[in-house]
Design a protein around this ligand. Structure first.
Ligand SMILES: [Zn+2]
Ligand SMILES: [Zn+2]
Length: 146
């Protein structure tokens, strides 16, 4: 059987390789946290992930979920989105992409598409700063909050 990008086995192999490369073991708890994170595009908070993972691992603590998420971020397996209100969300999608965030409920969605670096207006004004990428966050109001 050929493994496609989305099979659980593919995720597990990627997870194990990336964890071992950064000196971490693949545990059942880390595997469950990762499975949940890559199964959703809602950019969950650590508490959201905890709620979700408890359905399959009732004994897992929020602290373990939080530490697993931070390990994934450090191993390049997940992104952490920090907001000025002190909240953080996690993203199992690590390819370059942009986000739209609702200013009312805080929901974060992926935005399809991106601009090539040379087409982003104003980047040539960066002086001696060498630009290697950019992050874009669209802000607004989601359908449910409008
Ligand atoms: Zn909203
Ligand atoms: Zn995302």
């Amino acid at each position: 059987m050929k493994l496609s990008e989305d099979t659980p086995l593919h995720h597990q192999a990627r997870l194990r390789a990336a964890l071992e490369q950064s000196g971490h073991r693949l545990t059942e708890q880390r595997a469950a946290v990762y499975r949940f994170l890559v199964s959703t595009d809602t950019h969950p908070t650590a508490e959201d992930v905890h709620q979700g993972v408890r359905r399959s691992l009732p004994a897992i603590s929020l602290a373990t979920v939080y530490k697993s998420l931070e390990t994934f971020v450090g191993s390049g397996l997940a992104l952490k989105l920090n907001y000025s209100d002190g909240s953080s969300r996690y993203d199992g999608r690590t390819d370059p992409h942009h986000h739209a965030r609702c200013a009312v409920c805080g929901e974060v969605r992926d935005v399809p598409g991106s601009l090539p670096l040379q087409n982003v207006p104003g980047l040539h004004l960066a002086g001696d700063f060498q630009v290697t990428g950019y992050r874009l966050e669209l802000t607004g109001v989601c359908g449910a909050c409008a």
